[in-house]
Ligand binder design. Structure first.
Ligand SMILES: [Zn+2]
Length: 291
């Protein structure tokens, strides 16, 4: 399999900034870890793909969390991403799947739901946070992120997100793009982009045909208009570890830890994001109690 990567570009004499990512492998790792069924794979994969691109808008040590709660059967979608091309995510009910919708596509809106909100929290360091929240407008997620950028960050954007799933539930192709207008973008530029967007195939199809992230941007913006400024490998990566769970257990207090010792003879905790399990013996639990 080919390494996933992301590109950042400027276009139309810097009136436009653009992001594009191939995330097939990344979504496959999530599918393996969570045993997601196809509709859930598409919902989680689209969200992680958006997360990767939004992460690339951050500086190195900054990070963000996307929480999508549309009231649908999939439950919550949680995605963490950072400026280093790392993303992780999970959904409440990974074994969610429905028949294809009337367009012959995975029915992501039915799984996600359309009554709820899309929330973004950016940890921009020094205990400083940016929080944005917008209502879910379609449940297909691409449009929801488009709406989020327009209203919460006041940046007119076009967001394309796509995941194709094989009959055996593995991921066939995943990727996406974000196009953003800089202040002062001309009418000509806007209508040129609209024309390209109207004429192009879905981004998942383009990735499946073997197009690179650069070539996807050429489809969206026109071959001669783009200047690639950055390229970065991306991957599913969870930063959990036993230390983090020790801190969490400590926070439960002595009474709770005692009951783990007496009733369960230890503790096993599982990371929501990567399903890694951590075992704590009685001795380890004793050591976590406050003196
Ligand atoms: Zn983890």
């Amino acid at each position: 399999m080919t390494q996933d990567y992301l590109v950042r570009a400027l276009a139309f004499n810097d009136e436009v900034r653009a992001f594009s990512v191939r995330s097939t492998q990344t979504v496959q790792v999530a599918q393996d870890k969570h045993y997601t069924w196809p509709t859930a794979s598409a919902a989680l994969g689209r969200s992680m793909t958006a997360g990767l691109m939004m992460g690339s808008m951050l500086k190195n040590e900054e990070k963000l969390t996307i929480t999508i709660n549309g009231g649908g059967p999939i439950g919550q979608i949680i995605v963490d991403a950072n400026g280093k091309g790392e993303v992780r995510g999970y959904v409440t009910n990974p074994q969610t799947h429905f028949d294809l919708n009337e367009h012959g596509k995975l029915d992501v809106a039915r799984a996600v739901g359309t009554e709820g909100s899309l929330n973004v929290v950016k940890d921009i360091g020094m205990r400083d946070f940016f929080t944005g929240s917008t209502p879910i407008v379609s449940g297909e997620l691409g449009e929801d992120f488009t709406y989020y950028f327009a209203t919460s960050e006041q940046v007119p954007s076009a967001v394309g997100l796509g995941v194709l799933v094989n009959p055996d539930n593995t991921i066939k192709a995943a990727g996406g793009f974000i196009i953003q207008l800089m202040p002062g973008a001309s009418e000509e530029t806007i209508s040129a982009i609209e024309q390209h967007l109207g004429a192009m195939e879905p981004v998942s199809k383009l990735i499946d045909k073997g197009l690179s992230p650069e070539q996807v941007l050429e489809e969206v913006l026109g071959e001669d208009n783009i200047r690639i400024i950055d390229r970065m490998d991306v991957e599913f990566k969870c930063n959990c570890g036993k230390e983090k769970f020790s801190t969490a257990i400590k926070g439960l207090g002595n009474a709770e830890i005692d009951s783990m010792i007496k009733e369960d003879g230890g503790a096993e905790v599982e990371c929501h994001f990567c399903r890694e399990k951590y075992h704590f013996s009685v001795e380890e639990l004793e050591a976590l109690k406050e003196a």
